[in-house]
Design a protein around this ligand. Sequence first.
Ligand SMILES: Nc1ncnc2c1ncn2[C@@H]1O[C@H](COP(=O)(O)OP(=O)(O)OP(=O)(O)O)[C@@H](O)[C@H]1O
Ligand SMILES: [Mg+2]
Length: 360
Amino acid sequence: MQLTRLRLDRFRGFEQAEWRPGPGFNLVLGENGAGKTSLLEAVHLLGHGRSFRGRVRDGLVRHGSPSLEVYAEWFDGQQRAHRAGMRHSGSSWEARLDGESVATLAELCAALAIVSFDPGSHELISGGAEHRRRFLDWTLFHVEPDFLETWRRFSRSLRQRNALLKTQPQERQLDAWDDELAEAGERLNALREQQVAQWEPLLFAELASSLPELGPPRLVFIPGWRRQERSLRVSLAAGRERDLALGYTASGPHRADWRVEFEGLPGRDGLSRGQTKLLALAATLSQAAQFAGGRDEWPIIALDDLGSELDREHQARVLSRLAATGAQLLMTGTEAPTGLEAAGISPAVFHVEHGRVGPA
Ligand SMILES: Nc1ncnc2c1ncn2[C@@H]1O[C@H](COP(=O)(O)OP(=O)(O)OP(=O)(O)O)[C@@H](O)[C@H]1O
Ligand SMILES: [Mg+2]
């Protein structure tokens, strides 16, 4: 995929701005607070329905404005042109894709694929499990046609069961939702297990290049219940008393997680800050590679402030590998990442200043 045009209205510090990135590597330079990250956030918002820095209501709308607008044009892997726009007030939104209104943000997200790595991305490794679930599900959403319906069914039945648990329900009522939840949950889990198995060799290939010093990695998937011992249906029945006391469903695929272990390293706490970032980056780039394998085109790759996140050697290694893929890269920095020169890459350079994006 290749983003060709981005327009922002009342987005963070921007009153109105327009950017036309080129194919391949793009580097956006500017001082602290100029709006570099905001540009990447805007593309990410169209592709994920949220920013990598949180939800729209957490400050994406320009202070004093009722709503923001983001508009983008891009080519997909078959060189078909697309355009999409979104207006978002923080609580409500409307969006159009290729001239038609969209009913759910998922339609927009399905059309525009972007993976982002930013200074907050270490959370993928060291933060809460919801980051890691969302990460797994992003790939499934894009490469597995069954995923969205399965996920919706699972989420709906989980919501219903949780609501019912709070009402001193009859056994029969709970039985019905346990059946439904177990069926959708087993399916969701099977998709995730399959996804993890396909992702694993791609992740390990990235790690062999970026973190060889930690020794052979192991990827552990955690389904969210004791799956080795019991089906989800049996687990729900066994946990019913506890769930009734808690007022919610304590175990199931909504508690799924994954982690990477390295031989000779006791746990994720053993990783240095930089190693945690490298692991998060390896996860993100192998996720992009898995998308590319399933879809025959690369997602847009956004690297926010790479120069301050990784040392020169690691930057150069990552950038050389990305250059070989032909993926479009959107990078930012207060100055050019030293790894670009080391990798012999000359990006298209842009400058953000006084709320405008222009050629350097
Ligand atoms: N809701 C908002 N309304 C108005 N201004 C905002 C809003 N949210 C953020 N800003 C401002 O927008 C500017 C853009 O921030 P952004 O994080 O994109 O900058 P940056 O170029 O990435 O900076 P850095 O180099 O520090 O990472 C900042 O000056 C910030 O204070
Ligand atoms: Mg920034």
